[in-house]
Design a protein. Structure first.
Length: 206
């Protein structure tokens, strides 16, 4: 059971589901010293797709010639890019002037097809909670819309520093003051599946 109370008079609690526990498997494919690929699978229940993960890793272990080709990003790479975006919109970095996105609200920072959303209310997600580390109800925040930076992710302290309102992204551990953490941050779904993107080019790098 998780319990939180704040000076605004809000007391909230919810039961932690055992399914929040995760299990992870990983594999790597290495060919010589110049090419390496790795995959990881994490789920909330006890059904790791270990055989499927190993087969994917085995199929990828081959050398490729140097070439100039389109790149289709794997979801794992996209996740890494999201981590950098989160650091850029982290209110703590923004108000200190340490973020590459500080002062860029309302500006175009990406292509028109780029949309990033942070949502702590999505059912069944790893970052789903009814409230943040300060007892504020979680919400859906549009971070980037059509390539335009729409919002930073803030707790009450950083929101006050920036003259804004909290986005309910306070995160805390067992001790210390609240930091900032994402709920579930993700790219909005595009129009094309990965298989279709691959077919659009005779040769592509995955």
């Amino acid at each position: 059971m998780a319990l939180s109370a704040n000076t605004g008079g809000r007391i909230v609690r919810f039961r932690l589901c055992p399914s929040r526990r995760t299990r992870t498997a990983a594999c790597s494919a290495i060919t010589g010293i110049r090419w390496r690929a790795a995959w990881r699978s994490s789920i909330r229940r006890n059904k790791l797709e270990k055989k499927r993960l190993a087969a994917r890793c085995d199929d990828s272990a081959r050398k490729v010639k140097t070439a100039h080709v389109p790149v289709v990003l794997d979801p794992m790479v996209s996740r890494s890019m999201l981590e950098h975006i989160f650091e850029g919109v982290n209110g703590d970095s923004v108000y200190r002037g340490a973020s590459f996105l500080a002062g860029k609200l309302g500006e175009k920072i990406a292509g028109a097809n780029v949309n990033v959303i942070d949502d702590g209310t999505m059912s069944g997600g790893f970052g789903t909670t009814p409230f943040d580390g300060e007892g504020i109800p979680t919400r859906r925040t549009v971070v980037i819309e059509n390539g335009i930076l729409k919002s930073y992710l803030l707790n009450t302290y950083t929101a006050k520093k920036l003259g804004m309102e909290t986005t309910a992204n306070a995160s805390r551990g067992l001790a210390g003051t609240p930091g900032i953490g994402p709920g579930i941050i993700f790219w909005s779904r595009g129009r094309n599946r990965r298989s279709r993107l691959s077919r659009r080019s005779k040769t592509a790098s995955m």
